[in-house]
Design a protein around this ligand. Structure first.
Ligand SMILES: Cc1cc2nc3c(=O)[nH]c(=O)nc-3n(C[C@H](O)[C@H](O)[C@H](O)COP(=O)(O)OP(=O)(O)OC[C@H]3O[C@@H](n4cnc5c(N)ncnc54)[C@H](O)[C@@H]3O)c2cc1C
Length: 292
């Protein structure tokens, strides 16, 4: 029996990962799956774990840099509709791990649920947002969670309640788990008020970050009360480039991959910034972006 027998319809071998990331860089996944049912997802996770092969999840790929050599094992995308349901009941939203944040925010605002409007304009999916505890302007997604359904690497389904989970700056206790879906609870607010608030926040964000067409990533975590952007600027690195990867003028914590960029150049620019910030400010910047 081959490693993927029974899953041939949903698994591809040597799949380039670049199209699945915002940076559009890097090599292939040895195996790449887009399961169409939860049973297929569970079966694949069990199969690869039994064979002691690594399993990774890819959401919208906006916080992931793939190295040129690519990755072994299995990369799973939960983009199939079965993982992208949004259900609203009174003051709660149940959202699948593959739901795009933009759809989550829009659904909440329409339903008059107060909070998600603060995440307007952040690219990504619910699964990754919970994994990273995505946050903006002092609001993080973990605050609104009431429970999360996950799959362990051995294929076991578990529901964690809020008090069994922990969320902190750009991380959560869901780190090694696959987020299937989550339930969130909110206060109510008039939908029109939320829409206006969201529009204002979107205008501010749009001016501060590279547009969706630009291949960019938000690279470092803030440090000791200072934003990574301010630290990079203090080190005089605005506009620095390696090959065809450059530090964004608008906000230096975004690196932009131009036409001839490579993953190697991206990694070199990360190292250059880390070294310069360390040498000049005696601060060790930590990456926020995941590097595979
Ligand atoms: C222009 C721009 C602006 C940004 N602004 C912000 C911001 O304001 N605040 C902020 O916090 N971040 C910000 N980010 C970073 C990024 O948007 C977030 O980290 C977002 O959560 C990434 O979602 P994704 O689906 O694209 O993640 P991916 O890059 O696909 O994955 C990120 C991580 O999540 C894991 N993952 C994906 N799906 C699942 C799942 N179902 N279960 C478990 N783990 C999973 C992956 O394995 C990976 O480790 C910004 C990025 C860009 C490019």
């Amino acid at each position: 029996m081959s490693l993927i027998s029974g899953f041939e319809d949903v698994v591809k071998e040597n799949q380039p990962l670049a199209p699945f990331t915002r940076l559009k860089l890097g090599g292939v996944a040895a195996y790449f799956a887009e399961p169409q049912t939860q049973e297929q997802l569970v079966g694949l996770v069990k199969r690869f774990t039994e064979n002691e092969l690594p399993i990774r999840l890819i959401g919208a790929g906006s916080n992931t840099l793939i190295r040129n050599q690519g990755v072994g094992g299995l990369v799973i995308s939960m983009a199939s509709p079965v993982f992208c349901n949004i259900e609203i009941n009174d003051d709660t939203i149940t959202a699948g791990g593959g739901v795009q944040l933009v759809d989550f925010v829009a659904a909440a605002v329409r339903a008059g649920l107060n909070g998600p409007q603060h995440l307007v304009g952040i690219p990504g999916t619910i699964g990754a947002a919970l994994h990273n505890n995505t946050s903006a302007v002092g609001f993080d997604i973990g605050t609104w969670v009431t429970s999360v359904d996950v799959l362990t690497r051995s294929g076991e389904k578990i529901t964690y309640q809020k008090d069994e989970l922990s969320f902190s700056y750009r991380q959560s206790s869901l780190k090694d788990l696959i987020v299937l879906s989550a339930v969130f609870a909110f206060d109510r607010e008039d939908s029109e008020t939320l829409t206006k608030q969201m529009q204002k926040l979107w205008i501010v964000r749009r001016a501060a970050q590279p547009s969706a067409e630009v291949r960019s990533a938000y690279v470092f975590k803030d440090h000791g009360g200072e934003t990574a952007s301010a630290l990079i600027e203090q080190a005089g690195l605005k506009g620095t480039r390696v090959g065809d990867v450059e530090i964004c003028d608008r906000d230096p914590n975004y690196f932009v991959a131009n036409d001839d960029a490579t993953a190697e150049d991206f990694l070199k620019l990360i190292e250059l910034v880390k070294t310069q910030v360390h040498d000049q400010l005696e601060i060790n910047l930590e990456t926020s972006i995941g590097i595979w």
